[in-house]
Write a protein that binds this ligand. Sequence first.
Ligand code: NAD
Length: 381
Amino acid sequence: MEEITFRTKIIMGENALDRLKSFQNEKIMIVTDPFIEKSGIIKEIICRIDGNNNSYIIFNEIIPDPPIETVAIGVKVLQQFSPNIMIAIGGGSAIDAAKAIKDFSGKLNRDQASLTFIAIPTTSGTGSEVTSFSVITDKDAAVKYPLVADSLLPDEAILDSSLVQSVPPAITADTGMDVLTHALEAYVSTKANDFSDAFSEKAIQLIFKYLPRAYRDGDDLEAREKVHHASCLAGLAFNMVGLGINHSIAHACGAQFNIPHGRMNAILLTAVIDYNAALPDFNERGKHYTKAAKKYAHIANIIGSPSTNPRSGVKGLQAQITKISNLLNIPENLKKCGVSKEKLQGAKERIIEAALNDACTKTNPRSPSSFEIEKILDKIQ
Ligand code: NAD
């Protein structure tokens, strides 16, 4: 038996942010990063809550790949201020940190477990606004920990793509490729079902069509909106059925080498597809294609790369991924991100161990050995 619940209410479209005007006499804690405050994006929130409510506080100390220490400071701020609403505004880092702050505070003080939690993404990437995941980094150990619990789910997500307009091209590219990775991993997850597939397929179509446009011209509002929706759709998909080893390896490698999450995912994508598809040797052609290979081929068809068999479908999908990565100027391997062969060699064992233990590995279509993860790392070096 399977059960599908969508707990997060999604508010989108024109004037979506006006939802915030309905709060009256509340105590509100805003969690964000310094850029969102300095750039003035935060004013879009303040102008809708100021005056109607008792008080608000801004905790603006979130940095990319939020570390445990920042979460601990946030917990103290929340304990002292004791709000009844928390608004997280920013990229995945701000939303994830807010989730962890709320959850840890709730464990210390039950009253704080019930505060209303609103997530407002300003990047189109993680889908964190609708997921029960939060990725927190232990900078000393160079490890990322994905926390997974229903209690991390936001109560409401507000999608306003005008907030994403200021995202520079490189971050648009990285975060957009994160969306594609979410959707593709959910699509071949061991738990994938017709519902998650519907979200994944739509997200993948939107990314291939609109991400290059959003990258080329950040003011292309139609493209921005479609990529923002794709991010949320992919979040809904993987929240239902999990991810795979692309994310497990990306968490480990990204933490070791300080590579932005979406970029790390993009670098891994074609190598992981190779592994998951497990195409039979040429001389056994037609004998057996894995379910993952058939599903990748179906995706190739959907994005306009028709194939006559799963083998050519998998290759067609990989070619389309390489094409979009090139259009977005994503570095093709670790070397191009400044990671030498020797550096990778020195960290390999730690990366393999972390990847094998990562929660995302459980739903990968193939269960990898250390040796197989090592082979994937060798392909991307
Ligand atoms: P991010 O939140 O780390 O932000 C990246 C940079 O973009 C920051 O410098 C930020 O200030 C800037 N930025 C944010 N909004 C902007 C805007 N509108 N204009 C200009 N700059 C802006 O990036 P992200 O990719 O959204 O999040 C990455 C984090 O999310 C990683 O820690 C990753 O592991 C995690 N993650 C979480 C989930 C989940 O389900 N919770 C899923 C995937 C990844």
